[in-house]
Write a protein that binds this ligand. Structure first.
Ligand code: AMP
Length: 614
């Protein structure tokens, strides 16, 4: 259901709701939207800048500050200033124990809790709550800047985030009062910002190289029919521009012979080093002072210092390619993301490695948020020219005879979508039909996940095969599945709604897909056997009814011989040999055909055809 927004400046009702795109980063976060000119735009709340440092500070009187204000406390009040909370999202203490020293604040190892908590004064906060505060700040900035309530968002996460981390991101959005419509992979968003993947006709393989302040990752994506598939990711969660700064500081310490001095203005030196690094975007020599310390470095020296670090990222690219099973010349595009990709040496080495020019026109700090805004716009239904990128991760279908899965909406179908099929009854006078809805890729429903079950009641009593039950699946853009069953002759109708994605983690979806691949061969064999058995059972039922109903019109030998063949068919049903079952079905069919043709009444004839649910 669409919510109506009111534009607070004009008082007018906003028809199209605004869905923002949020890049919730380790160092900085930002929010973007599609402006009235239909272009993605990052939100710059007057005077506050585009980037919101992902930092939260808790004051002694309980006051909370987020972003630039909080950053000022990094030096003066480190224990109460929380940075890099994204590294803790959805993680357990075990996950982060190895780098506890990295944080200046206290992370609690609470055995009763599987996820970490952060102690600030006497209070405890979860990473979800802290991320929620950052998201709330972004939401408020957006509302202030565009003067419209913002209740819905698309939030990006690294491609390597596991389900727990994705769920934590979603929960953080919820805490901030945002309905998180989609969690999107950062490389996918970055590609969208460059317009890659917007044409449903094109198939492309792309590399997204993301070097930020503290993290590096490279993702290889394949885009086909508007679907983004992550083929491989690689990287280092502790490698980034901060390392470049540290290398510069160490170089200055060495140059000034300060190795043994312990009261160095570390923080000032670090900030100066960052300034020097950034200055190489427009000059070749940096020469300034921090107190009495000379901070001099030229571009050539800088590049020599950082070369091993950049080489490490190139090695990751090699590994990602290898994992994806691709060679360099199979990569069609290379997209640069993250502030540190402004470093000339980084651009050069990446372009050289992939043997092609890289995409770097869009601001690398903003590219992910801009792409998230494009995704948000697609979800809002404002871009009918391009396809909706969402697909159903698993097939949806119903149980048919023998416990088989009859797929109605196949996996990877773009949503919204609808599909239906007609079924009939298998028993004379059947007045109820059980409709069990499943999700999954296996041929047997018992291996899949049950979503719903209901009875279509009140079907008028008719011979088997007579009722025409239309079962329609409608999967809307929010992933809600509506199942409708209607018996055409009588108009009897029943409808239910389910949310197929509910409670199913990405890992579970992946597992279900993996299982379907592993068991594919067995499943096909089993399906063929069950189908043969079902057909055989139908045949037995029909033949017995046929004899029963037509005793007076059949010769005695016709009856005994038919029943003998029926018994043989029954016997074969227990054999597990589908070929034998088919053979018996054919024999019985051939034998009864002449007199069936003679006598067959329409009702029974229909019962032998078509599919039956039960
Ligand atoms: P991000 O985490 O994507 O916000 O990237 C932040 C990193 O980008 C920090 O290490 C910055 O120092 C770095 N950065 C920003 N501008 C430049 C620049 N012009 N040259 C090199 N690094 C930069």
């Amino acid at each position: 259901m669409a919510t109506v927004s009111i534009n607070l400046t004009t008082g007018s009702i906003q028809k199209e709701e605004i869905i923002v795109g949020i890049d919730l980063g380790t160092t900085n976060s930002l929010v973007a939207f599609i402006n009235p000119d239909k272009n993605p735009q990052v939100i710059n709340d007057t005077g506050k800048g585009v980037l919101v440092p992902s930092i939260v500070h808790f004051g002694s009187n309980g006051e909370v500050s987020v972003g630039n204000e909080a950053r000022d406390f990094l030096i003066s009040d480190p224990q109460n200033t929380i940075f890099s909370v994204k590294r803790l999202l959805g993680r357990s203490y075990k996950d982060v124990a190895g780098y506890q020293n990295y944080f200046s604040y206290k992370i609690i190892d609470d055995d009763t809790e599987s996820l970490v908590k952060i102690k600030v004064g006497d209070a405890f906060y979860t990473p979800v709550e802290l991320s929620g505060l950052i998201l709330k700040e972004l939401k408020e900035r957006a509302e202030h800047a565009i003067k419209t309530p913002v209740n819905k968002a698309v939030i990006t996460v690294p491609a390597y985030f596991n389900d727990s981390q994705r769920q934590a991101t979603r929960d953080a959005g919820k805490l901030a009062g945002l309905d998180v419509l989609r969690i999107v992979n950062e490389p996918t968003a970055a590609s969208l910002a460059y317009g890659i993947g917007l044409n449903p006709e094109e198939t492309k393989t792309i590399a997204v190289y993301d070097l930020g302040g503290g993290t590096f990752d490279v993702s290889i994506l394949q885009i086909q029919n508007g679907i983004f598939e992550v083929l491989a990711t690689n990287g280092d969660t502790f490698l980034g521009g901060d390392d470049f700064d540290r290398l510069i500081v160490n170089y200055w310490i060495e140059k000034n012979n300060l190795q043994n001095q312990h009261d160095l203005p570390q923080q000032e030196l670090r900030l100066k080093a960052e300034e020097a690094k950034k200055s190489f975007s427009h000059q070749n020599l940096f020469n300034e002072k921090v107190g009495e310390i000379w901070c001099t470095i030229d571009l050539e020296t800088f590049e020599k210092l950082i070369l091993p670090k950049v080489q490490q990222t190139i090695d990751s690219c090699k590994n990602a390619l290898k994992d994806a099973g691709l060679t360099i010349n199979q990569i069609d595009e290379v997209v640069m993301v993250g502030g540190s990709t402004r470093t000339a040496l980084v651009k050069r080495m990446v372009a050289e490695f992939f043997n092609r020019p890289v995409h770097d026109d869009v601001n690398p700090d903003e590219v992910v948020a801009l792409g998230a805004a494009i995704q948000a716009d697609i979800l809002a239904g404002n871009r009918t020219d391009i396809l909706l990128l969402d697909v159903t991760p698993l097939s949806l279908g119903i149980e048919t005879m023998g416990g088989l899965m009859d797929v109605i909406i196949p996996r990877n179908a773009k949503i919204p979508t609808k599909a239906g099929r007609q079924y009939t009854t298998s028993i004379d006078g059947q007045v109820n039909m059980k409709i069990a809805v499943y999700q999954g890729e296996r041929d047997l429903v018992k291996e899949n996940r049950k979503l719903a079950e209901f009875d279509l009641k009140g079907i008028p009593s008719m011979p088997a095969g007579f009722p025409k039950v239309d079962i329609n699946f409608l999967l809307n853009a929010d992933g809600i599945l509506t199942i409708q069953a209607v018996e055409q002759r009588s108009g009897v109708k029943q409808q239910v709604e389910v949310k197929p994605a509910y409670g199913l983690t990405d890992a579970e979806v992946e597992q279900m897909l993996m299982d379907s691949i592993t068991h594919a061969k067995d499943d096909v064999q089993q399906r063929m056997l069950i189908e043969a058995r079902t057909e055989g059972e139908q045949m037995v039922y029909t033949a017995e009814r046929f004899v029963q109903k037509n005793v007076e019109y059949l010769a005695a030998t016709e009856i005994t011989d038919t029943l003998k063949l029926v018994a043989e068919l029954k016997e074969s049903l227990t054999s597990g040999d589908k070929d034998l079952i088919h053979k018996q079905i054919d024999t019985l069919n051939e034998f009864t055909k002449p007199f069936a043709e003679r006598l067959m009444d329409q009702a029974i004839g229909t019962a032998m055809k078509g599919k039956s649910i039960e």
